[in-house]
Write a protein that binds this ligand. Structure first.
Ligand code: NDP
Ligand code: BG6
Length: 513
């Protein structure tokens, strides 16, 4: 876990420090944390939440006294929940010998309560069970809302009235989507605030928990060489790229209501943009950082319709295998216009970034899986060596690539002399390849975020005014696309996406990396 030191640097607290901090309130009263996964029978709970909790336990980051409760409507016994959970637990951090023993110990701390999401009575029954485990200690309670968004309010209402802590803290992690436009997002915030204070609400954007996204500020603010270059003076364009090599398989019903702009751009990519482009915060204090993020989001120019390209994947046969089109999914209407791909050019109207295109590209069912930030620098003025590199000026510019996933890396493309007697230049990489540099596997984003929520660290969660600013930016253009029933450009499953994205980039003299 991260702790801020007096000199402003961050240090990692050991798991022992972390346990001690969570066990006692300073007056010698022991405390306990009860984590309730609401929607425990679902995909996210199985795939991410329980494995992340186990990884935290395995690494010694959970407090001494903790209990995990699954809550959902499905009928399950404790044993059935443990069986379900055990199938997704892995000892991926390292293969220490006591892994299966640790798994058993963890599973013994997992329980299940079946109930309706809108039943205060069912949550009161949960409260009773939680109390039994808490055994007179100070009770701290974390609820993780891993349910579809139409259930958020009922669950929060019932949890807060019938199962909140009476003597410790109560926090609620809310999963995206936080609405689908400014209006619905504001309504959701208003309803949540009927039952919770803002500092109890932890809106999760799991991209903020990714190692290289967290590292962005370290890279910028703790190295002398980057920050002076971080402006329109030296940066020609910034690209934020998300691509997946699979479609919406299994999530078509959800996806069709949202589309790729809401699913990826308005949150994950925009959050990265804000961290990338914000001014230096006064300190590493949570509110100082979030204040800077809000400022940069509010400085953004409204997105123009002509600066957006949308696409949708269609079926494609390759090597004898037919990959389904988006509308082949039974849960998607056959005439759906929902974009599964989008590219957009965004601009920040401030002194640092005026005129620099921030190009976003996000797509499903493309040829590759990756998430990257690419920073293309300006040309060297009067470059003496242009003719040695070739006639294409693009070849000569530096590019900084932050590969968020997979195979995390930060590399800088530089021009270099090819060794030998002649004077020939080529482009080489100064490369920080994480797998080669760091032997320890990188924790999953959900581990970091769950730990932060348990510790009350809100730095990586979205404040309501940040959310408002993000929706203000995207809502008008989403409305326009939908009201005009803009046809997406169709692209084959597994391709590089619509050619329109290249025309959009070319308009700003950019070539996608
Ligand atoms: P699921 O659709 O799997 O739903 C979770 C649980 O909620 C289900 O097991 C079900 O439990 C209950 N549920 C589902 N639909 C309804 C309904 N219409 N009415 C009442 N209860 C219902 O969702 P996920 O686990 O995929 O996602 C949970 C949340 O996380 C969502 O908000 C999603 O947008 C978000 N999310 C999911 C990601 C993923 O990869 N899955 C990624 C990022 C965010 P039961 O029937 O037992 O009550
Ligand atoms: C989720 C989106 O927020 O992020 C999914 O809803 C997407 O559509 C997922 O697949 C990608 O996350 P990651 O961590 O696998 O890159």
């Amino acid at each position: 876990s991260l702790k801020k030191l007096e000199n402003g640097l961050l240090s990692v607290t050991s798991s022992e420090d972390c346990k001690d901090a969570a066990v006692s309130d300073g007056n010698g009263n022991e405390s306990t944390v009860s984590i309730t996964v609401v929607g425990a029978s679902g995909d996210l709970a199985k795939k991410k939440i329980f494995p992340a909790l186990f990884a935290l336990y395995y690494e010694g980051f959970l407090p001494k006294h903790f209990t995990v409760y699954g809550y959902a409507r499905s009928k399950m016994t404790d044993a059935e929940l443990r069986d379900m959970v055990s199938r997704t637990l892995t000892c991926r951090i390292d293969q220490r010998e006591n892994c299966s023993e640790k798994m058993d110990q963890f599973l013994k701390r997992c329980f299940y309560h079946s109930g309706q999401y809108d039943s205060q009575e069912n949550f009161a029954q949960l409260d009773k069970k939680l109390k039994e485990h808490e055994a007179e200690r100070i009770s701290n309670r974390l609820f993780y809302l891993s349910v579809p968004p139409n259930i958020f309010i009922d669950a929060v209402r019932c949890a807060s009235s019938s199962a909140s802590s009476s003597n410790g803290w109560t926090r609620v992690i809310v999963e995206k989507p936080f609405g689908r436009d400014s209006e619905s997002s504001a309504a959701l915030t208003k309803s949540l605030k009927q039952y919770l204070e803002e500092d109890q609400i932890f809106r999760i954007d799991h991209y903020l928990g990714k190692e290289l996204v967290e590292n962005l500020s370290v890279l910028r603010f703790s190295n002398l060489i980057f920050e002076p270059l971080w402006s329109r003076q030296y940066i020609r364009n910034v690209q934020l790229i998300f691509s997946e090599d699979f479609g919406t398989e299994g999530r078509g019903g959800y996806f069709d209501h949202y589309g790729i702009i809401r699913d990826i751009m308005q949150n994950h990519l925009l959050q990265i943009l804000a961290l990338f482009a914000m001014e230096t915060p006064v300190s590493l204090d949570v509110e100082d950082i979030r204040n800077e993020k809000v400022k940069v989001l509010r400085s953004m120019r409204p997105i123009q319709l002509e600066d957006v390209v949308i696409g949708q994947y269609k079926s494609h046969t390759k090597g004898g295998i037919t990959y389904p089109g988006y509308t082949d999914d039974k849960t998607v209407p056959p005439n759906s216009l929902t974009p599964t791909f989008a590219a957009a050019a965004l601009f920040i109207n401030n002194a640092r970034w005026d005129g620099v295109p921030f190009l976003m590209k996000a797509g499903k069912a493309l040829h590759t899986k990756r998430a990257e930030i690419r920073v293309q620098f300006r040309h060297v003025p009067g470059n003496l060596y242009n003719r040695n590199i070739g006639t294409d000026l693009d070849q000569a510019t530096n590019e900084l690539v932050i590969r968020v996933q997979p195979d995390e890396a930060i590399y800088l493309k530089i021009n270099n002399k090819v060794p030998g007697l002649g004077m020939r230049l080529d482009r080489s990489n100064l490369n920080l390849h994480y797998a080669a540099r760091y032997s320890k596997e990188i924790p999953d984003a959900y581990e970091r975020l769950l730990l932060d929520a348990i510790e009350g660290e809100r730095r990586l969660f979205i404040r309501s005014d940040e959310l408002d600013a993000a929706w203000s930016l995207f809502t008008p253009v989403l409305k326009e696309l939908e009201e005009r029933k803009t046809l997406p450009e169709y692209y084959p499953y597994g391709s590089r996406g619509p050619v329109g994205a290249h025309y959009l980039a070319a308009r700003y003299n950019v070539r996608w990396g």
